[in-house]
Each structure stands twice: as structure tokens, then as C-alpha cells.
Design a protein around this ligand. Sequence first.
Ligand code: GLU
Length: 305
Amino acid sequence: MRRTTRIAGALAGIAVAALALSACNSGSPGDSGTDGATDDAGGDTALWEVATDVQLEGSPTFDAMTDRGKVVIGVKNDQPGLGYEDAASGERSGFDIGIAQWIAASLGFDEDQIEYQTIPSANREQALVNGDIDYYVGTYSITDKRKEQIDFAGPYFITGQGLLVAADNEDINGPDDLEGKIVCSVTGSTPLQRIRDEYNPGDTVEYDTYSQCVEQLKASAVDAITTDEAILAGYVAQDPDALKIAGEPFSEERYGVGLQKGDAALQEHINALFTDGNDVWQALFDENLAPAGISGEQPEVDPTS
Ligand code: GLU
């Protein structure tokens, strides 16, 4: 599936410059499976080149990808701007999808060699432990508890827990206003845990996905949804007449790429990609998250993530 991406003038300039540079090395800019963006005229101005002759010594995950000739990536499919799958076309889009594709390209895999698996929050660690996926990119907060089972590369983005309410709701302006209210979140997520541990909602209900919570909120079956603001902003952008974010973020969620435990070679490879790739990061951010009013800058990689 070819992703069609549009980037604005100045960023297209960066992408063209990057392509020109890499073209000097590879000699075939236009037809080498490059991707990551399409310019306004519909031509390729790739944000990245698909790497060739990649060696990643000591990475069992990379060896497995190479043997099977494709990369299997765990993602979300119902989070607009982050990890989204168009029901009609099957096309995947969003910042996390872009990050996932960029990593794949750096390992030598183009978009046709990616298999996505949609995996909900509660099943991420197990999917990695089982080896069902090579890596996971989907609003996945780095936590010590998760690090008992898996490793992370990154962080590649930082957001914070917030609240989503009906646009006409005046009562809820922060997590201290939840007494007697029903709050929806997702099984296995950090926001659900935090709202239960540190605040005092009337009740909590949990689903597998945030879009199920959005349906509940729109049906007035719950009073609020809690999760990361970056996720909530995507739902508001889809339906600003019905939904709004209430109050300020009240946690720090540092997004990492979920990896099988012990694959230090892959972790270092991805961390180096992030460290060297500020222009790519910025273009992905500007294209996918900025339109929903999300602000942010690329965080520094933490090698101990
Ligand atoms: N970032 C939080 C987490 O990893 C919430 C978003 C999600 O469930 O993916 O738990």
C-alpha cells in the first residue's frame, strides 16, 4: 500500500535536499522504492530512502525480518493523526505509521514489504514476547513495568494524559472534577491505571479501543474519556462540534517503539535514526499532528529507555 502524503513548501524543500543528497550516493532517486511523501504535484519527494545492503549484527529481530523478506509491525488503527486505517481503502496513515515506515526503510524494507497487525493496548507486550511482531509503534508509553517484559527505543514523542468531554460540558475542567462521573478508557493503558490510582472518578469503564469510548461519549453513556491529549486531539479534529478537550494535561507520556527484550542492536539502530533524523521527524509531525492543533518538538533520545 503506497502512502500518499503531502508536505508544504518549506518542508518539501528539505525533503528535496535530502533526496538530492542521497541520490548522489545511490544514483537512482526516482525509482528506487523511495517513499514517505508525495509532493503537491504528485511526484516523489521522499522523506527517506529505502536503505540497501543493511547489516545489523547481533539483532535476532532483524535476522527474522530478513529471512521472511518482510517486516511485521504492530500498530493502532482507530487513532486519527497517529495510527489510523481507512475502512474503505485500507490505507494506513498517521504519525506513528510514518515513524513505523521510516524505521522499516532504514532497515531495507519498503512499504510493500510491511505487514501491519492492529494490536490493542492490552496485548502489546504479549505480542512482542511471543514474537508475533518485529516492533510496535502506537502511542506506547515507556514505563518501568512494561520494561520488565520488553524494551523500548526512543522516546520519539511526548504528550500528557487529558480528558475528552462533550463540547457542551461545563462541569468537567480537570481530573479533580470527576467525582460521581463515569470515565471511559482502555484496558491495559497507563491513563486508566492513573485515573483509578490517583483520582476519584465515580466509576470507570474500559474498552479495547478509544474509538469505542468515543461512541460511548457521543451516546452520553459516559461523561468523559481519559487518555493522551495527542490521541484526544485527533478525535476532536474529526468532530469539533461534538467533542472538546477539558483542562490541562496531568501526566507525562513518553512514546517509545516497543521491541523484543534484549535486542540492543535494533534499539541502538532506531535510536540513532531518531537522533540523526530531525528533518524527517519534523515533516511527519507537521503533516500528521500539527493540523489537530498539537504542539511539540522532538524529544532527545534516552539510550536507557
Ligand atoms: N500512552 C498510553 C499507554 O501507552 C495510552 C495510549 C494507549 O493506550 O496506547 O498506555
